[in-house]
Design a protein around this ligand. Structure first.
Ligand code: MRU
Length: 335
């Protein structure tokens, strides 16, 4: 399974909204299709959004019919602005687009810059795959033998350009012969845990048990969880970490039970311009994802809904942050 792939002049990606019932791949040469796919969560997960947006810029450059440099720059800037407006929380998106913008202003003909943009997008993808491997290696060291791990949302190959972040730690430990087992919380309302994490872990032959989000505290009380590992969409300088809504709930509960909670993310998820997590922009999703997700209405028509996609876990609830550079412990200071 290749979550996303550059094919000469177009992008191929798996439509995650169809999983696990259908493994459907889509191909496009339009950056707007990439933008819509990110907005609708066909393409999702912080690192993957960055990779996809970079490919989107490359597509825009390839399709452009402009012949003078100024108009070419204007057209690609417009594509960058459109891609940047898709989702606000994952900083990887903005990081990748900034890199593409720097390359856009390289010296050279339009054709040369096009090639440089394709190369840069591919480099962002490859670098992410490499960071995932390193995160897996560093994080696997933290796991006790036969660890029972709780994870939230989806942080695997579907969410990144490589093996994943939190899930890379899990797959690495499994490969090393640690007989781990995983509890995947379903992750309301879009069920990334139930649909995607279980699918990935079952395909990898890793024992996984699905729980509803509100079962986690009971499992911890029964001493059935050794650690919690999650990803992050944006980490502030002090270590506060935004991740899928519900992460904070798991962090509070883990702290209460004396269970370590680890955050795994590439350094492209760190936003050192923000001193603390209160400044991280939190996306709000359409209430219909709660009242009638997957086409089935479960709440009265007209009910008010509050649907943040993410929450912020304060650094004091995080035992360690694992990046490709190693294991970071308190006090966090990401500059
Ligand atoms: O809304 P999503 O599915 O894009 O949210 C994804 C998450 O919250 C992941 O945990 C996060 O991006 C880390 S993925 C490696």
């Amino acid at each position: 399974m290749k979550t996303i792939e550059w094919l000469e002049d177009r992008v191929r990606f798996i439509d995650q909204t169809k999983l696990p019932l259908e493994e459907t791949y889509r191909e496009t040469d339009l950056y707007t299709v990439i933008g819509d796919a990110i907005r609708s969560l066909s393409i999702r997960g912080a690192p993957l959004i960055g990779v996809a947006a970079a490919y989107g810029v490359a597509l825009a450059a390839l399709r452009s019919r402009q012949t003078d440099v100024q108009s070419f720059h204007d057209e690609i800037e417009c594509a960058i602005t459109g891609l940047a407006s898709t989702r606000p929380t994952a900083v990887n998106l903005f990081r990748a687009l900034e890199r593409m913008k720097v390359v856009l202003y390289s010296n050279g003909s339009i054709d040369e810059v096009r090639q440089l943009l394709i190369q840069e997008a591919t480099r962002i993808h490859m670098e992410d795959a490499e960071m995932c491997l390193r995160i897996g290696e560093h994080g696997a060291e933290l796991l006790p033998d036969r660890a029972r791990i709780l994870t939230h949302c989806n942080t695997g190959a579907l969410a990144t350009g490589g093996e994943g972040t939190a899930l890379s730690i899990i797959t690495t430990a499994h490969r090393q012969g640690n007989s781990i087992m995983v509890y995947a919380s379903e992750t309301r309302p879009l069920l990334q845990g139930a649909r995607l994490t279980t699918w990935e872990l079952m395909n990898a032959g890793i024992p996984v048990t699905l729980i509803t989000d509100n079962t986690a505290a009971f499992l911890m009380q029964q001493k059935k969880i050794d650690c919690v590992i999650v990803g992050a969409d944006r980490i502030a300088r002090n270590g506060d970490a935004a991740n899928k809504v519900g992460t904070y709930m798991h962090a509070v509960t883990a702290k209460h039970h004396g269970i370590p909670l680890y955050v795994a993310a590439p350094s492209s998820s760190i936003d050192s311009t923000l001193e603390e997590g209160g400044k991280i922009p939190i996306e709000e999703r359409n209430g219909s994802e709660v009242t009638e997700g997957f086409g089935r209405r479960i709440a009265p028509v007209g009910v008010d809904v509050y649907a943040p996609a993410f929450d912020v876990t304060p650094a004091r609830l995080i035992s360690a942050i694992i990046t490709e550079k190693g294991i970071h412990r308190h006090p966090f200071d990401f500059r």
